[in-house]
Design a binder for this molecule. Structure first.
Ligand code: IMP
Length: 430
């Protein structure tokens, strides 16, 4: 019995869904702790292929309690759509709770997100346009609407009146847009509150019960730690804390209760949106990594945008590992490298002739660093059917071992395809 956090350890899209889906089946409680419907992952299991954005991956196990934690931001319309999609395909969602402390993404948040991006021009972040940044900003500014507020129409009226006064002033004067109609939003969101009511709860007792009864608990991350608001490539980051600190805060679990931090890394690197990416490649190398036309092609689950691709960046990976106390690694999509004859790993950055071994804090400097590569021979044989470490080609083993050595953590899982069974488990955490 253990508490395990699964964190994305690059720029998101590491294949966390696949790992979490396997581990969720062994956990009694799964808690999604941060982000919103900017996240998205594809889960392939015995029920079929699902694209999940907010609902924890344990939803497919009827005996598993699935909690959407206080650290998330929830777009109720989108969330209900996801629930409807699951129930339409026969998945029972009674085992779901939404923390009443989670914040609600309101219509003005998506408007602000898009207006701000347009105003920034070339300096835009490349957000998902889902209103994530403005929703977290309002939480911090103490003008957020929480899920609990939606359940109580009178209280919601009071809260919305206060907030919409501010927002409509902002929309009409600063953004020079039309004001939003109070009654329209009020009615729509009260209706969402009614539909979500069976799932909304103060989850503190559930979480404490899970801890006290020594359950296996999985803390499910979203995005990646290089998108962290503090430690990521600011300002090209998301507005939450995808790492271990966010896991503790966003799930309501003390840091000392967490037994293992599993960092999920793709065997190479991808990034969506703007921002530094020293090991980025284009041309033929990019085509090999992007895998267009395949079900696991590097296209965003949420936005459909083509992902930027590059070699594994061990400098950023070590930084992510150290900052988050990652002690176990899941290396995903190893099979994508099956046909690559020479595989590069970025093992250092050079800046103005000097070698540096961690990401610079300013994106302008970060964008200037030159990657220093180490090259390893590929294995040039298919790995999708491999199920044990011993059956992996020697060069594939050597590559994975080198990544582990550079990160400074032990390998727990390696994925060799999108299927539920396409996992090599080296050292189980749950
Ligand atoms: P936001 O989270 O929509 O504000 O977007 C901020 C940045 O984070 C953009 O570069 C997005 O592309 C990136 N981002 C947000 N969520 C994800 C994710 O789940 N995977 C990959 N990138 C993401």
């Amino acid at each position: 019995m253990a508490v395990v956090a699964v964190v994305g350890a690059q720029w998101g899209d590491e294949g966390k869904g696949h790992i979490v889906d396997i581990l969720a089946a062994r956990a009694q409680t799964v808690i999604r702790y941060g982000g919103g419907n900017n996240a998205g992952h594809t889960v392939v299991n015995r029920h079929g292929t699902f694209k999940l954005h907010m609902v924890p991956a344990g939803i497919f196990e009827p005996a598993t309690l699935n909690i959407v934690g206080n650290g998330t931001v929830i777009d109720p319309k989108h969330f209900l759509g996801e629930l409807d999609g699951l129930t339409a395909r026969g998945i029972v969602v009674d085992n779901l709770r939404i923390s009443d402390r989670a914040h609600v993404i309101m219509p003005y948040h998506a408007m602000q997100d898009r207006f701000d991006e347009a105003l920034k021009g070339d300096a835009k972040i490349g957000t998902t346009g889902r209103g994530i940044g403005p929703a977290y900003a309002d939480k911090m500014a103490r003008i957020g609407i929480r899920v609990a507020d939606l359940r109580d129409p009178a209280l919601f009226r009071e809260r919305l009146t206060a907030v919409l006064t501010i927002k409509n002033r902002l929309l009409t004067t600063y953004y020079q847009a039309e004001p939003l109609d109070f009654e329209t939003i009020y009615r729509e969101y009260v209706a969402y509150g009614q539909r979500l009511a069976p799932y909304i709860a103060d989850v503190y007792p559930d979480v404490q019960h899970a801890l006290e009864s020594n359950q296996s608990i999985l803390l499910e991350g979203a995005q990646g730690v290089l998108l962290d608001i503090d430690h990521g490539t600011y300002p090209f980051v998301t507005s939450s804390q995808p790492g271990i600190a966010g896991a503790s805060q966003g799930a309501g679990i003390a840091p000392s209760e967490i037994d293992h931090v599993m960092g999920v890394f793709k065997a190479y690197a991808t990034r969506v949106g703007s921002g530094p990416f020293p090991s980025e490649v284009d041309g033929v190398a990019a085509d090999a990594l992007r895998q267009m036309g395949k079900p696991w092609a590097e296209v965003g689950t949420t936005t459909g945008r083509l992902r930027r691709v590059g070699w594994f960046d061990a400098v950023a990976a070590r930084y992510a590992t150290r900052l988050n106390g990652i002690d176990r690694l899941a290396i995903t999509k190893l099979d994508v490298l099956d046909e690559v004859a020479e595989i590069s790993i970025c093992v250092g950055y050079r800046h103005n002739g000097q070698l540096i071994n961690h990401p610079p804090s300013q994106p302008e400097t970060y964008a200037e660093v030159e990657p220093v590569y180490e090259v390893m021979p590929g294995w040039l044989s298919p790995t999708q059917g491999v199920r044990t470490w011993a059956d992996l080609p020697a060069n594939a083993q050597a590559y994975v071992n080198r990544l582990a050595e550079l990160c400074g953590a032990q390998v727990s899982m390696v994925s060799v395809g999108p299927g539920h069974d396409q996992i090599i488990e080296v050292m189980p955490v749950l």
